[in-house]
Design a protein around this ligand. Structure first.
Ligand SMILES: *Cc1c(COP(=O)(O)O)cnc(C)c1O
Length: 458
């Protein structure tokens, strides 16, 4: 197997015959469901890929970690959005995962895009997507990027400070402007109001009058409550404050205020609550008559919501150190684990989300002693017994492949099998903030191979 052919495909290779056979099998069985189809497709993709690799004979890198992407999950996430927030046009935050197949699918579904740099803008434009589907949602932009946006006809951006208004006046005076408000995000995991957003009073007393004086085109308000928020009051407060800015901008300055951008940070797991907070707050502060009088459109910038659960990462166990639990140098924490396991992906690679996004990837055994266990720790006990007699609870710490002590994937985790060198682990839900920020530290990393499956008819 030559790695160069395998690395980064331009087009997804759907094994349609595979899919057809899986569909046939599943629909003929009693409990047919999308979940089951998705699982089976992912399972077969994982097994197919790994079965072709003999770690004792393969070329260097053949056993690299890889992703399986189910585009059907992206489609279903979009469907959930449509169902719960049909009045809010999503602009996918490209920074979250720049995978072109994901972007093309979202574009075909009518999703627009949030870009934060020249490269992100070009990624979208190079796919033939119209510049009026982009919001350049970075409140602190490089001058040359502003000129680039102007040339490329990207005509909507966010601003949270006076200097930025002067920059726009100089380089893109006709650009539509959304005033980015800071939000109350004390409960968010990734706090953003420490970096971006102006206060309500700065928006009203400083930015609106200055924009008027400069003859700029303020068109609305943006905020982003940050990711991992547990408390959706911040959404309520931000929508309330946005209405204040709308009022002043319309009545005192005569701006044509027509866009409210409610940002990102939405998660599938909590979407019932967050979306209902959005709906009730919009109903209260942006009632139908106000919206229709001003021709107001609601937009949002979801990132993780669309892709988190669409990617599964598989990594190979490259080394294992058994711990002598009586040894004095074993730390208290390590005494709870029987061995340290080293895999070929970590925090400098696709699991940078541990450091940058406070994620906690969950390891499961994919292959052990030539048997495959995808999704089996979640199946019934009977099933487990049939599949494996040696099953149990085994405690490990998991480490990435670089020479840095920071490169720890899990300081303590429980696996169903006593894994060894040559086995494989898998990590579900690694679509957001993973491949987007990998490094080549230690001569490791680079674009990971992606196998595409699709559990929906697209
Ligand atoms: C990162 C970011 C997003 C996307 O955040 P998610 O948590 O992935 O939804 C949206 N808007 C802005 C301004 C961002 O910085």
């Amino acid at each position: 197997m030559t790695p160069s052919i395998e690395v980064f495909q331009d087009e997804p290779i759907f094994e349609s015959s595979l899919k057809t056979s899986v569909v046939a099998e599943i629909s003929s069985s009693s409990s047919s469901s999308k979940d089951q189809l998705a699982r089976e497709l992912i399972n077969r993709a994982l097994v197919n890929h790994i079965s072709g690799i003999d770690h004792e004979e393969c070329e260097a890198g053949d056993e690299d970690s890889f992703f399986v992407c189910d585009l059907g999950e992206v489609y279903r996430s979009f469907g959930v959005w449509q169902q719960k927030l049909p009045q809010v046009q999503p602009h996918y935050a490209v920074k979250c995962n720049t995978n072109l197949e994901v972007i093309k699918l979202l574009a075909s579904l009518g999703v627009n895009f949030d870009c934060a740099s020249k490269n992100e803008i070009d990624t979208i434009l190079n796919l033939g997507i119209s510049p009026d589907r982009i919001v350049y949602a970075n409140p602190c932009k490089t001058n040359s990027f502003i000129r680039h946006a102007s040339k490329a006809n990207v005509n909507l951006t966010t601003v949270d400070n006076a200097q930025e208004l002067h920059k726009l006046k100089k380089f893109h005076p006709d650009c539509g402007i959304l005033i980015r408000l800071a939000t109350d995000d004390e409960t968010a995991q990734c706090r953003l109001s420490t970096k971006f957003g102006c206060t309500l009073s700065a928006a009203i007393n400083e930015l609106l009058p200055l924009a008027k004086e400069l003859g700029l085109n303020v068109r609305g308000v943006a905020f982003h409550v940050g990711s991992g928020a547990k408390d959706f009051d911040s959404i309520y407060k931000a929508i309330r404050d946005s209405r204040d800015v709308f009022n002043r901008a319309i009545t005192e300055y005569g701006f044509e205020m027509s866009i409210l951008d409610i940002g990102g940070g939405f998660e599938l797991e909590t979407f019932d609550e967050s979306s209902s907070m959005v709906c009730s707050s919009l109903n209260k502060f942006f009632p139908a008559d106000f919206v229709s009088q001003n021709g107001i459109k609601f937009i949002a910038e979801p990132g993780r919501f669309m892709v988190s659960n669409a990617f599964t990462l598989a990594a190979h166990i490259i080394a294992r150190r058994d711990l002598d639990l009586k040894a004095t140098f074993v730390s208290e924490e390590d005494k709870q684990v029987s061995a340290m396991v080293y895999i070929n992906d970590g925090v400098y690679g696709n699991m940078n989300c541990i450091l940058f996004d406070h994620q906690n990837p969950q390891a499961h055994v994919l292959q052990h002693k030539n048997k495959f266990f995808y999704h089996q720790d979640e199946e019934s006990d009977d099933q487990k017994l049939i599949d494996d007699d040696a099953k149990g609870e085994h405690h490990f710490s998991i480490w990435g492949p670089t020479c840095d002590g920071l490169d720890c994937v899990a300081s303590k985790c429980t696996l169903s099998h006593d894994v060894e060198v040559g086995d494989w682990l898998y990590f579900p839900n690694l679509g957001a903030y993973t491949s987007a920020a990998t490094t080549a530290f230690n001569g490791l990393g680079g674009n990971s191979h992606i196998i595409y499956v699709c559990s929906e008819d697209l």
